[in-house]
Ligand binder design. Structure first.
Ligand SMILES: [Zn+2]
Length: 257
């Protein structure tokens, strides 16, 4: 969703000025190197892998943005629209600016010369929505894996792109309890899970990942302490799985034990 926003607002515009308002967010390069790499450049294309957004500059260096839980981009002209929590600001030669805004400083900003090499160094798994992740490939990633299915889905080194809330949604839609052992899911269940994962993520992107716009039968819209299952009305249950809180419908997602 953020990638689409950057594409729609900020491609092919010369960056006049780079302001860093939270230097701790910059990783792997000094602030000075960072400013020098961006100044006078423009973004020519973008791509995404998991939760990372890559924006390529004329120089072929890529800006890498990670948004944490609350990060976003804001493109604006009037200074009064300057977001409160922005940590990085790029001013373009058309008078507009692009702010990287983050209430909590959980994101990161860095640079790379090669996405492939960067992904390898990070040891990231394939992107959950990339068409090159086939049903067979998905099966191979999870077949015989020890441990529970929810943390496996959230492990960026297995599959990149799924966080806590969306792993709940995928498992709810697939009717699988988050504590189910990955190795207990047979081929058919894994194939179904793969199809459900792709569908949930695509529907989310198509609705700007905005909970208010998601379909009513998504658990994400009801994922709170007093929430009810949007399908059967049962009280949602909260269960701890590997230190994270999962929301389930006990009716649709029976406990494996
Ligand atoms: Zn239910």
């Amino acid at each position: 969703v953020i990638r689409r926003y950057l594409d729609a607002t900020s491609l092919h515009k010369t960056i006049n000025r780079v302001e860093l308002r939270c230097e701790q967010l910059i990783q792997g390069v000094t602030s000075r190197e960072f400013r020098e790499a961006l100044a006078g450049q423009s973004f020519v294309s973008t791509r995404r892998h998991g939760k990372w957004l890559f924006a390529e500059l004329d120089s072929h260096i890529l800006l890498i943005l990670h948004f944490g839980m609350t990060g976003r981009l804001v493109y604006f002209r009037d200074l009064e629209k300057d977001p409160d929590h922005d940590r990085m600001l790029l001013a373009f030669d058309n008078g507009y600016q692009l702010a990287y805004d983050s209430v909590r400083r959980l994101g990161s900003i860095s640079l790379t010369e090669s996405v492939g090499q960067w992904l390898e160094e990070k040891d990231l798994g394939p992107d959950a929505l990339n068409s090159s992740l086939s049903t067979d490939g998905f099966r191979r990633l999870l077949t015989g894996r020890r441990g529970m299915i929810k943390p496996a889905l959230m492990n960026q080194k297995i599959i990149a792109g799924i966080g806590n809330a969306y792993s709940d949604e995928i498992l709810f839609q697939a009717g699988i309890h988050p504590r189910t052992s990955a190795s207990e899911l047979d081929e058919d269940r894994l194939d179904e899970l793969h199809a459900t994962m792709k569908e949930v993520l695509q529907v989310a992107i198509d609705h700007q990942a905005d909970p208010a716009r998601l379909p009513d039968d998504f658990i994400l819209k009801h994922r709170r302490k007093d929430g009810h299952c949007p399908v059967c009305g049962t009280d949602l249950m909260r269960v701890k799985v590997s230190g994270r809180t999962a929301y389930i419908c006990p009716n649709r997602q029976p406990d494996p034990e």
